[in-house]
Design a protein around this ligand. Structure first.
Ligand SMILES: [Zn+2]
Ligand SMILES: [Zn+2]
Length: 344
């Protein structure tokens, strides 16, 4: 509190803001995900530019999810998408989600992960004694990285599958699908309640195989950190930002049976009946193929994004999206078993 002249006195709320405001922004800045940093975005634009040149201005979609020819600027940054109310709401949902993300990451990745590791290593040691102390060579490390990637992808798939099939979970995930246009930020457009779910899934997906490998190599698995799993999944699944970009980046069809191309996520966000509940994994196509949810779209297949028109009006503004799960749960309690009218 300033002393002296009355004009310089500050109230408690101003003080709170001055004290914590910069910290909130610092937290947000430190939490900008890797695929939203300038180098990844530049890489994405470079690929989009290559698509523009090779396809002579074709390959980008408009706000209606339909492919259309366009000039370069419109191709990379279409006005109808970036001025859409949905793109604005993406920003605010992202800010809210990112501000709370460190809490989930600390609580769940930091406690659930080590707990699972200790339990699994303890159980293996109790059952089989000390591990064989395998010396991790290059092949072993690559194998370990691959197992971690598949395990993470599988837990991601399972949670995402459940979110699409269980009405109480769909109520939370629906906010991601309420995006009417796709922008790189849509990847992080999530209800705040979704953070703890995905943090738990990541902790489980990583901790189980990590514990088994740590037991097999008698703890020397720490050397494995040279293989950055985050970068691995970014490269293999390409990045989350590109999956939510309106330019279609496809792989050859044979490769899309193994890896999800960014454009395959366009159908995931479409409300057309044939696209509902498809392409649920983050990186590979294996789990979707196994569970019958893989959908490889035709070239330039239209994918109108968002919820079905009759449901979209209830899930458009920031406050509507934040309140959405609570409204849906209330409705579910009144009429149990009824899934909301439509679920992509
Ligand atoms: Zn989904
Ligand atoms: Zn998405």
């Amino acid at each position: 509190m300033a002393e002296g002249g009355g004009n310089t006195a500050t109230g408690p709320f101003t003080e709170l803001l001055e004290q914590y405001g910069p910290r909130v922004w610092e937290t947000l800045a430190a939490n900008v995900p890797r695929d939203l940093r300038w180098n990844w975005l530049l890489f994405m634009v470079a690929i989009a530019l290559a698509i523009y040149l090779v396809r002579k201005g074709r390959g980008a979609k408009g706000a209606d999810g339909r492919e259309r020819p366009s000039g370069l600027l419109e191709f990379l940054l279409p006005r109808d998408i970036y001025t859409h109310v949905s793109a604005r709401v993406d920003v605010w949902l992202w800010v809210l989600e990112r501000a709370l993300y460190p809490v989930w990451a600390l609580l769940l990745l930091g406690s659930l992960g080590p707990f699972i590791e200790r339990s699994v290593i303890g159980a293996l040691t109790a059952g089989f004694g000390a591990g064989p102390a395998i010396e991790p060579n290059l092949a072993w490390m690559l194998f370990y990285s691959l197992v971690l990637l598949l395990s993470y992808d599988f837990t991601f798939f399972l949670l995402h599958y459940a979110e699409h099939k269980v009405p109480a979970l769909w109520a939370i995930h629906k906010v991601h699908h309420a995006a009417e246009v796709l922008t790189p930020l849509t990847r992080y457009r999530e209800h705040v309640l979704e953070g703890p779910l995905y943090s738990s899934a990541a902790a489980i997906g990583y901790a189980f195989p990590a514990a088994v490998f740590a037991w097999l190599s008698a703890g020397s698995i720490k050397a494995i950190t040279v293989f950055d799993i985050g970068l691995f999944s970014l490269l293999f699944g390409f990045n989350g930002a590109f999956r939510h970009y309106h330019v279609q980046f496809r792989y050859p069809r044979w490769l899309e049976k193994w890896l999800q191309s960014p454009a395959m996520h366009h159908t995931h966000h479409s409300y057309l009946p044939q696209h509902l509940d498809t392409n649920l994994a983050a990186v590979t196509s294996l789990w979707d193929r196994m569970f019958g949810t893989l959908y490889i779209p035709e070239p330039d297949e239209p994918t109108p994004w968002g919820l079905a028109p009759e449901e979209q009006a209830e899930c458009r503004s920031f406050t509507q999206n934040v309140a959405a799960p609570f409204r849906a749960w209330r409705d579910l309690l009144r009429a149990p078993g009824r899934r909301s009218a439509q679920a992509p």
